[in-house]
Design a protein around this ligand. Structure first.
Ligand code: ZN
Length: 720
């Protein structure tokens, strides 16, 4: 008997076996309908094998679907990713099918002649229609317009059988990129990096690269040249470029279109579902060469993937924490290895993991030193707030105010950076000291003045600002503590009423379109002072921007998570890298209460190596990533007793292992989220320990009731 193992989109650890009926040809990657309980569901065949004398009674595969089979590389990838992240492989496969599950674009309806049939009565209007149409098929409205008649004339001809309506399936055309359309002129470094990339990417086989260069050094030019060479070597090659933020895609798409004379396909949550389906179908048919997308584009069914670029590879947005938990950068490297393709990790501030791989020679390390053109790195000054303390209820020190005024007077732009949304991060009662929190979550409510609401940034819960303290009932006792971007903008407006100001945060620019509009206004010089969160610190190029003020450089250094210092360094390097990109020198001022902190010292000295060395030494001493490995297990439920029970059972069931420790169970730092109690266990292992095998062995020992959710996060980034 023939058996097909089928991956189905359910939280089960393995494929389900079905009998392959006589006469049905099945192969790995085929899409099938299989019975599950009373209904049929879609699955993907992972394996077909012969078995003899099995006494198991297997159900039969119902039918093979005529949808495209998933290519071998995608199958290998989803199975590997499932094992690596301890996620159900069927759910990984379902992710790869998402584009196909989107609704089809509506077919286009057009009219055309039926043979050479003539109208019974030839009026001038009817003759005009037939002449305008000729041999073509046209949309009815277009035809009426070009013949200068009403739609009734066309309808009459259809009724008479002279014209007919045809439906044409909307198949998106993706123009072939032309590698020689508009080559860039590269400087020495860029040309050398591009040449090295080219040798690697066209040499065949898996090759990882770190493309390391300060903001503005021309990383994009270098990898676009590498893409050009890939396309010259193989016009059918497919290339995937991953970006951390949708807001960055438009600028890159325009550059690619200008460079290759053809727009790439776009893949992220902002793309309409019918369009996503077209991209999916074009990718699996090999009709689409370049895709620019978010991390989920890694699951697209490429058939000839030759190169993956992960731009801004250090960005923590590549880590997906809801649903399937995975890191887009790590999975990109895995997909490239499976496809025997090249992968380029590009950044001005590479992650410690990537630098560690580059230092050890596992990744080819390409450095772009000088900034492109004449621009130089900005001067970075640490401004000691102990000596220049702002007035009460204000956040900008005197020297920073002066610098903004000077910049305004020169007609140049200022970016004030504060990575905090809203008006005030905390609202408290001055009578009883109560801090307002969300009712079902342990996080403070953030005041938003634009919307007049108090918002939980974790769950999105919001409420109107109450008149009375919910704890002691005192009237008008609530005060806003600390600044968010809205509050800094309020101060700026009072100080510089003539200046044109704007706020850039996920509240003021909720989608890619509004982000694009604001970025354009900034680029066009229509904004003098932009107050922004990290959303504006990434990848944008504002030629008139010459001053960056970091309102609170200490933010992010506080708090105990593993990557706090690294993230702060990256963010500040990116934010200050915004200044002075064109021909004007830039200046960056960092307000801090702790100018002696090594991260800030390294930043002020422009000394990335010093920062990396200090941070690596600390991680190595504690055997933390990249020198060791971590995994978090979060147990959560609305039933607090069930959480306690499962956490205790897990603690009892820890397998013996060497060079590995388990911490916890402990209350997660946010012990209550959306009404669910949360407990956390943290595993630290040496790098040579098979962490996934340990976790699998451990988790099979404990029975998890249906009321409890267990989330495994391999290599956690968020320690909430
Ligand atoms: Zn109170």
């Amino acid at each position: 008997m023939k058996v097909a193992s089928v991956l189905i989109p359910l939280p089960v650890p393995e494929a389900f076996d079905y009998e392959a009926p006589e006469g049905m040809t099945l192969a790995r990657g085929d899409q099938v309908a299989v019975p599950l309980g009373p209904r049929l569901i879609r699955g993907v065949v992972s394996e077909v094998f012969e078995t003899t004398g099995s006494n198991r009674r297997l159900k039969s595969v119902d039918s093979r679907l005529d949808d495209p089979a998933l290519p071998a590389g995608v199958m290998d990838f989803v199975e590997w990713a499932g094992r690596w992240t301890l996620s159900p492989p069927g759910e990984m496969a379902a992710t790869a099918l998402k584009g196909l599950r989107a609704p089809s674009p509506r077919p286009e309806r057009k009219v055309r002649r039926v043979g050479d049939r003539q109208p019974a009565r030839a009026t001038p209007a009817r003759t005009g229609v037939l002449e305008a149409l000729g041999e073509r098929a046209m949309a009815g409205a277009d035809l009426a317009r070009s013949a200068g008649v009403s739609s009734g004339v066309i309808k009459g001809l259809i009724d008479e059988g002279v014209l007919e309506i045809v439906e044409i399936a909307a198949e998106a055309a993706f123009d072939r990129p032309d590698p020689d359309h508009a080559p860039a002129t590269l400087n020495g470094d860029q040309a050398a990096a591009a040449a090295a990339l080219v040798d690697g990417v066209t040499g065949g086989g898996f090759r990882p690269f770190l493309l390391d260069g300060v903001t503005g050094s021309g990383k994009t030019e270098a990898y676009l040249e590498a893409i050009a060479r890939v396309l010259r070597a193989d016009p059918a090659a497919q290339i995937l470029i991953l970006l951390p933020e949708i807001a960055l895609t438009q600028a890159l798409i325009e550059r690619i279109t200008a460079r290759f004379g053809a727009a790439p396909a776009e893949w992220h949550s902002g793309v309409a579902p019918p369009r996503r389906r077209q991209v999916w179908e074009a990718v699996v048919a090999g009709r689409c060469n370049i895709v620019v997308g978010a991390r989920s584009a890694l699951f697209l069914p490429f058939v000839n993937l030759r190169l993956i670029v992960v731009d801004e590879e250090h960005d923590s947005s590549f880590k997906q924490e809801e649903g399937l938990v995975y890191h887009g950068r790590d999975l990109a490297v895995a997909r490239a290895r499976i496809e025997k393709a090249a992968v380029v990790l590009a950044s001005a501030t590479p992650s410690l993991e990537t630098l560690w791989n580059a230092q050890a020679g596992r990744y080819d390390w390409l450095k772009l030193g000088a900034r492109h053109g004449v621009a130089v790195m900005p001067d970075i000054e640490l401004l000691d707030l102990r000596q220049h303390t702002p007035d009460p209820q204000t956040w900008l020190s005197q020297p920073l105010r002066l610098a903004v005024a000077e910049t305004l007077a020169r007609g140049e732009q200022t970016l004030l950076f504060l990575n905090r949304r809203g008006y005030a991060p905390v609202v408290l009662c001055r009578v009883c000291g109560h801090r307002l929190t969300a009712p079902d979550t342990d996080s403070w409510l953030v005041e938003h003045r634009y919307t007049g609401r108090l918002v939980c940034h974790l769950t999105g819960f919001s409420m109107a600002r109450p008149k009375q303290c919910p704890s002691c009932g005192a009237e008008d006792s609530l005060v806003s503590v600390g600044p968010g971007v809205e509050r800094v903008e309020e101060e700026v407006r009072q100080l510089f009423p003539e200046a044109r100001t704007a706020v850039f945060s996920s509240d003021t620019v909720p989608d890619a379109k509004s982000a694009r509009a604001l970025i354009q206004r900034m680029t066009d010089g229509e904004i003098d002072i932009l107050v922004a969160t990290q959303a504006a610190a990434k990848g944008h190029n504002f030629p008139r921007l010459t001053l960056v003020g970091v309102v609170d450089a200490d933010l992010g250094l506080r708090g105990g998570d593993l990557r706090a210092a690294e993230r702060t360094y990256q963010l500040l390097a990116q934010a200050t890298g915004r200044a002075g990109r064109a021909d004007r020198p830039g200046r960056a001022i960092l307000q801090t209460w702790t100018p002696e902190h090594p991260v800030l010292q390294a930043l002020a000295a422009g000394d990335r190596d010093a920062f990396v060395e200090a941070e690596m030494a600390e991680r190595e001493a504690a055997a933390l990533p990249p020198f060791g490995r971590l995994a978090a297990i979060i147990v959560s439920s609305e039933n607090a007793a069930a959480v306690e029970k499962v956490a205790a059972d897990l603690a009892q069931a820890i397998p013996n292992a060497e060079r590995l420790e388990v911490y916890g169970p402990a209350d997660a730092p946010l012990a209550l989220v959306r009404g669910r109690r949360r407990k956390r266990l943290l595993v630290r292992a040496d790098r040579d320990v098979n962490l996934q095998a340990f976790l699998r062995a451990w988790l099979t020992r404990v029975k998890i009731p249906a009321s409890v959710r267990l989330t495994v996060d391999v290599d956690p980034y968020s320690f909430l």
